[in-house]
Design a protein around this ligand. Structure first.
Ligand code: FPP
Length: 251
């Protein structure tokens, strides 16, 4: 009950101040969460998918424009086959069970990464959900799947070269998988690791970084509100001096 009250009052504060437009999360620590309880790693991923539901709901509630979740990296294919298979199954279950929630709440779902490497039953569900939700105008929820940020930059460069386009910043931006998403404002990583791990490397240019010791299955509504609240207290200077930023804000 006390926690509910805390979340409610923090939600009110957070909504009254300028919000980050785009938040991305490296959801780390599912395995450790499970191991600490003597459970199989997949139980951690399952609990982690509950955090995905809770955090997405809160992101929508406070009015974020975009939430991007690192659900599976290209390097994760090298994990034990039963863990990979279990994660793919969880993704399919998530897409089936969240359909009504996504549509009722005006969420636009899409995915970035080497999507052709995903098994057919995941690809089909993603594509169906993407098509069904593309007219929605609320939160853009992006799942990064078989994602590799350096590969994204390389494929954008290859496409520009093949099209004979000179490779400036805008040309690259327009060919990245993230085209159309707002500028990344805040990148969060759970589980105490302080690495970016090949996630949104180009897009991180001016993002604020937030690291929390919490394991992903323990990161829910209140924890999202807390990182957004912390973001809102920071001074973003974009290369200017503190005095220039203050003068700009006064103007
Ligand atoms: C990292 O924890 C997490 C992953 C590799 C998978 C993330 C997947 C989910 C949160 C659930 C399914 C996703 C959706 C969108 C429903 P880890 O396994 O590396 O943890 P560890 O570092 O403690 O071992």
């Amino acid at each position: 009950m006390a926690e509910r009250t805390l979340a409610e009052s923090l939600r009110e504060k957070v909504r009254a101040r300028p919000l980050p437009r785009h938040v991305a999360i490296i959801m780390d620590g599912n395995g450790r969460w499970a191991e600490a309880r003597g459970l199989p790693r997949l139980a951690g991923h399952r609990e982690g998918s509950e955090s995905v539901r809770a955090v997405t709901r809160e992101a929508r509630r406070i009015g974020l424009e975009a939430l991007t979740l690192y659900a599976f990296s290209a390097q994760n294919w090298s994990r034990p086959p039963d863990e990979v298979a279990g994660l793919m199954q969880l993704l399919a279950e998530y897409l089936d069970s969240e359909r009504a929630e996504i549509m009722d709440n005006d969420v636009r779902l899409h995915a970035i990464g080497e999507l052709d490497r995903l098994p057919g039953f995941v690809r089909e569900r993603l594509e169906r959900m993407r098509q069904e939700s593309q007219g929605n105008r609320g939160l853009i929820l992006t799942l990064a799947l078989s994602y590799d940020a350096r590969e994204d930059i390389a494929q954008a460069a290859r496409r520009a070269a093949a099209e004979g386009v000179s490779l400036d910043r805008d040309a690259l931006d327009a060919r990245l998988w993230t085209v159309g998403l707002p500028e990344l404002d805040l990148l969060v990583r759970t589980s105490g690791e302080r690495r970016v791990s090949n996630f949104l490397l180009w897009q991180c240019a001016y993002a604020e970084l937030a690291f929390t010791e919490l394991l992903w299955p323990d990161f829910r509504e209140l924890e999202l509100l807390q990182v957004v609240d912390d973001f809102q207290r920071r001074e973003r200077r974009f290369g200017l001096t503190g005095a220039q930023v203050a003068a700009r804000d006064r103007a």
